[in-house]
Unconditional design. Structure first.
Lengths: 263, 298
């Protein structure tokens, strides 16, 4: 029996989350599986990839022969963030503007639950499911690393996985906020996608374009990967910055949803 | 008698479009109040403001003396609401959806929910996505009534229901009224409002043009007649009848609208030989055009 909106939201996306988890796990396993051959290629790859033209796609200069450098380049720099952002934006869209577009929100808001309660429960469902996918990333990479005896600390994988989940949540919450403010599904999908792309480029080109060097502080990707937690360990201020963005977007969602005409 | 609903000077604008204009309305405890008007008149907008789904541009609404925006959650403990063109979670079975809403509303009397389903002949074991519009409407009605609310707000409640179920619904609504509870329902069907409502307000272009007791309305309501005579008739006699409007003759066929009782018309008509009489209720606009033609530009 479904007792509240939080559980209903989780239930609605349980199968989607399961399939995403399977996909993420298989992807992680495949990436891990190519590492032994990759590491043998040694410095040739470093010379090939660590040049300014490639840097936009690789990010921070990393030693690709190390497990940390390999995982950063193959997964955590771009590919894994893209996956978790898509997942979280999908949920952020579905929970507010999706339900509003489907017309079911009218019945839900006729119950004694306040608008604050509705949006809070949905927010926690978004948080839980995105965090769960972040945990699946952690689990699959950690297990893979142990199986092939990768020289990498589980603590560092934990650090980057937390940042990965938080990055996904930033854009999921942006989608959630736009849905709460406008109720328009296309805005909830399109705007976070555009912001994510711009944010990535701001951070990636920050060392080669002077203007971006200043603007990079506006990019959630900067706080996610700038002091790479996989290489340098936990960076609490960057974590705080990501959490702050999430909380601000959550509060803005509450405020805008509470005070607007639903459609 | 307490006023259950009080709408005071409520307007709602969507940009330059005025959906509601200075609406004033009171609903008394224990009555079935009909909110009548053609499609697009603003009925749904008014109901959505009452349940705080949308906010008015100006004016205030009170239910049980409480502000519908500030005290929305408190009010919703005591109201049941059926949205117009209801949308339900299509992937759920009806029984699961009803249990979900029962949990959200704190309903503990599941037997009552099952009784409602039986009364409306609703199979709640079916997935909602596989239900017809009418069967989904039944689920909407059950969820609106499941917590025995003091006030029911229903937007076009009979939409999609077959005539037998409509009749059963009317009986249920009358029972609710007889238990001292209040029903506020919108409709664009005059006959169903006549059938169950105690009072009715007529909405046109966002403004209430009339509020009447239903008995008054019944007396003055309009019917359209088409009488086929076997032989030519004397037109002058029909034209002199006060209650007859829009009189037209075509060969031996008379067409007209009658406000109130058709007794005089039929007595006059039966003085000639009649082949056939076709009659139907006027649409709402015709009825109230006739009803209020001297009082307002409708």
């Amino acid at each position: 029996m479904i007792k509240n909106i939080f559980l209903k939201s989780i239930r609605d996306y349980r199968w989607a989350t399961l399939w995403w988890s399977i996909g993420v796990s298989l992807t992680s396993v495949l990436i891990i599986a190519i590492y032994p051959d990759y590491s043998k290629a040694g410095n040739e790859l470093n010379e090939l990839l660590n040049n300014p033209a490639m840097k936009a796609f690789v990010g921070e200069l990393v030693d690709l022969t190390t497990a940390e450098g390999f995982l950063t380049m193959e997964g955590y720099n771009l590919f894994f963030p893209v996956l978790i952002i898509i997942f979280s934006v999908m949920l952020g869209t579905a929970f507010v503007s999706g339900e509003e577009k489907d017309g079911t929100l009218e019945l839900l808001t006729s119950t004694p639950l306040s608008r604050n309660s509705i949006i809070t429960q949905k927010f926690f469902a978004l948080f839980s499911l995105t965090t769960f996918l972040g945990f699946i990333f952690f689990l699959s990479i950690s297990i893979g690393a142990i199986v092939i005896d990768m020289d990498i600390s589980i603590v560092k994988i934990t650090n980057i996985s937390i940042h990965l989940a938080l990055l996904g949540l930033v854009f999921g919450c942006l989608s959630f906020f736009i849905g709460s403010m406008t109720g328009v599904k296309s805005y909830s999908i399109g705007i976070p996608a555009s912001v994510a792309l711009i944010s990535y480029l701001l951070n990636a080109f920050s060392s080669s374009i002077a203007l971006f060097g200043t603007l990079k502080y506006l990019s959630p990707f900067y706080y996610y990967i700038d002091k790479n937690p996989l290489i340098h360990g936990f960076s609490p201020w960057n974590t705080v910055a990501l959490i702050s963005i999430i909380l601000i977007l959550g509060l803005l969602s509450l405020f805008t949803f509470k005070n607007r005409n639903l459609t | 008698m307490d006023r259950v609903i009080e709408i005071s000077n409520v307007s709602k604008n969507y940009g330059s479009v005025k959906a509601l204009r200075n609406l004033n309305l009171s609903v008394i405890e224990g009555e079935i109040f009909g909110f009548l008007g053609p499609n697009g008149a603003g009925k749904t907008t008014a109901l959505r403001i009452l349940v705080d789904y949308i906010r008015s541009s100006s004016g205030t609404c009170k239910i049980f003396g409480l502000d519908t925006v500030k005290d929305s959650s408190t009010i919703k403990n005591a109201i049941g609401y059926l949205p117009g063109n209801i949308q339900l979670y299509k992937s759920m079975k009806a029984v699961d959806l009803l249990k979900y809403f029962a949990n959200l509303r704190g309903v503990t009397d599941w037997n009552y929910v099952e009784n409602l389903a039986n009364s409306l002949d609703s199979d709640i074991g079916i997935k909602i996505g596989n239900m017809s519009k009418g069967n989904q409407q039944k689920i909407g009605l059950i969820q609106a009534m499941m917590h025995k609310p003091r006030l029911l707000i229903l937007d076009e409640p009979t939409s999609g229901l077959d005539p037998l179920i409509q009749e059963q619904f009317f009986i249920m609504i009358e029972e609710i009224r007889n238990a001292g509870k209040t029903v506020f329902m919108s409709s664009h069907v005059l006959s169903e409002v006549e059938r169950i409502c105690d009072r009715v307000s007529i909405l046109k272009n966002g403004t209430i043009v009339a509020t009447e007791n239903i008995e008054t309305l019944k007396i003055k309501s309009a019917q359209e007649f088409e009488i086929h005579f076997s032989t030519p008739i004397q037109k002058d006699k029909f034209m002199s009848l006060e209650e007859v409007r829009e009189l037209k003759f075509n060969n031996n066929i008379l067409k007209c609208t009658v406000i109130g009782s058709p007794d005089n018309l039929l007595k006059l008509a039966t003085q000639s030989t009649i082949d056939k009489i076709v009659t139907h209720e006027s649409n709402l606009e015709t009825t109230f055009l006739s009803f209020y033609e001297d009082q307002t530009e409708f």
